[in-house]
Every structure is written in structure tokens, then in C-alpha cells.
Design a protein around this ligand. Sequence first.
Ligand SMILES: Cc1ncc(COP(=O)(O)O)c(C=O)c1O
Length: 347
Amino acid sequence: MSSQPSHAISVEEVSQRPRLALASLPTPFESAPRLARHLGLETLHIKREDMAGYALGGNKLRQLDFILAEALQDGADMLIATAGSQSNFCRSLAGAAAKIGLGCHLHLRAKMGTEHVGNLLLDGIFGAKKSFTSQTDPWDPAIRAELDDIAAAYRGEGRKPFIVQLTGTSASTGVVGWMAGAAELVKDFTRLDRQPDAIMVVSGSGLTAAGLALGFKRLNCKTRVIGVSAQQPEARLREWIIATANEAAGALGIPERLAADDFDIIDGHVGPGYGIPSEESIAAVELAGRLEGLVLDPVYTGKGMAALIAQAGRKVLNGKSSVVFLHSGGTPGLFTHSAAFAHRAAR
Ligand SMILES: Cc1ncc(COP(=O)(O)O)c(C=O)c1O
């Protein structure tokens, strides 16, 4: 089809970097006709990153394939990482570390609670050692200083730690992981009779959206990336996405650069705050469950779905009627929020 992008560039050519093959790829690309009809969309497809494989899946597994290859090349015998206490990323990393026989230390922001449930429960099951920090901003240099101190202590014991920081040194490799994901999606799109108008992806660090937007640009795919912030204000997230995408492009030696008008960011669905369910995200989780049997969570994918529900036929989608929703995982988090569903279940 002439409207389809060129496939001359393969996943491997997008990134010559070494990668492991821990994730189960390609992930399914499924039609969601009942939800599409409900939202008045012509088509809706779900990219099922929740089915990316080990440790209950999610959008971080593709990134870890590249990041952990770097750690092994570096001779690491253990990984150190940081994020919020209910981090899906840290849980995925702990699962990957277990799978390849590396140690794992997670330094977690305690603000979202330290109860042994959801992802924290899984971190323990995967054998990760945990410590907590009172820092609240993942980009704060103080967090990096704390990670460096932890690494120094392990080095003192003769270990070889490798720090994985998505808001720092690992960011551009995280972008590469999702450029490879963009190439996989472009292949998925060849099964459709046209390129989808838009893909919606819920964004925290923004690396998934950055890799998709840069990858689509590289592959000449016109599907518009719409990032739905679960955490940061629009301007900060946009700036970070552009900076990390362009750092990755430089590292890969490709000529494309991401500009502000290459993608959209919506920040109106954070609700009461990062990691806290909103009424609309709870309703979105229920709608996707009831119409498609999908399992979303109320602090990431539920907020993304709430944005899709709110935008269908409105400003940002603006006539875009064939949409892809990236199901980025987050399943364990759902079970830490059962109380937020209780009053609705009684109806
Ligand atoms: C389930 C889920 N979806 C989406 C995201 C956001 O991905 P990114 O940090 O690449 O923006 C995260 C981040 O932690 C997540 O856990």
C-alpha cells in the first residue's frame, strides 16, 4: 500500500546496540471493537505490553532488554534502581535480575507507602533488597547522590553494581527500547487497511512516548503519538521527551530529531496526584473491563483510558478516528487500590 511507511529500516537497524531477548516479543496487537463502538471511534486497537512476558509484563521489559545488555557488558553482578515504592519498572527490573542471576537493590520513594502489597510484594518475591528514601522528585540530583552512596557501599564489599536510572543515565537507552517498539508497531499496522491516526500512551518518565515518537519519525509513520501524563505538568514532560529522544538519536547516529510539534501531551488526567486513583480512572478501568475484558490499573493505564474516553471526538483527537491504545501493564498496582472500587462495586 503506498500510504504505508517504508519497512526498509528493521528493528535491528534502528538500534545496533546489544540487547537481551528476555521480553516475549512481538506483543499481541488486538482489535477492541466493543470499546471502539462505545467511544464512537472507527477502530480501536490495543498493543498488549501487559503481555510482554516475565514478572507480569509491562512497557519496561523492552527497555530492560537493552539496559541489561549494557549492565552485563559492564561486568555488573548486581543492579541498583530507584522509583516510587509501587514502581512497575522496579518490579520488572527485579524480575529480570532474578531471571539472569544478578543481585538487585531498589531504593524506593516511600511517599506512596511501604506496605508489602502489589509491586512491593513482588519485589520481595524476586529477591530484591529494598531501602526507602524521603525524596519525592525522581529528577532531583539528591536521588542520584543516594544511589551513588549505595553503589559505593556495595563496591566496598567487592560487588560490581550497575545503576539503572530512567530519569538519568539510562534514559536514552530506554528511548532506544521503545524505538524498537515503534518498529514492531509499524509492522502491526501493515495488517490494517490504513495507518492508525493516533496512539495514546500513558507517560511517567516519558521515555516510552519519546521512543515511539522518534521511532515513528525515523520510520516515516504518520501515526500521532499522544502522551497522557500520569505525573508531570505538560511543559516539563514535553521538554524531557524532546531532550532524551534527541540524546538517543545522537547516540544512535541517526539524523532525525524530535521537535515539540511532533507529538502531543495531555496533562489534564493526573487527577488528585501521581499514584492516586481518580474517579474517572476508576470508571475507565471498569469500562475497559466490562466491554473488552481488559485489566487496566487506576494510576497509569486507567488514566490513559480516561483521557481516551474524554478525548474521543474532541480537541486532541480532533477527527482522528482510528486509534491505538498502548496497554503498558501496571497490573499489580490494581490490587493495591481495591478500596477505591469498593463503593462502585456496591452499586
Ligand atoms: C504501567 C505503566 N504505564 C506507563 C508508564 C509510563 O512509562 P514511561 O515512564 O516510559 O513514560 C509506567 C511508568 O512507570 C508504568 O508503570
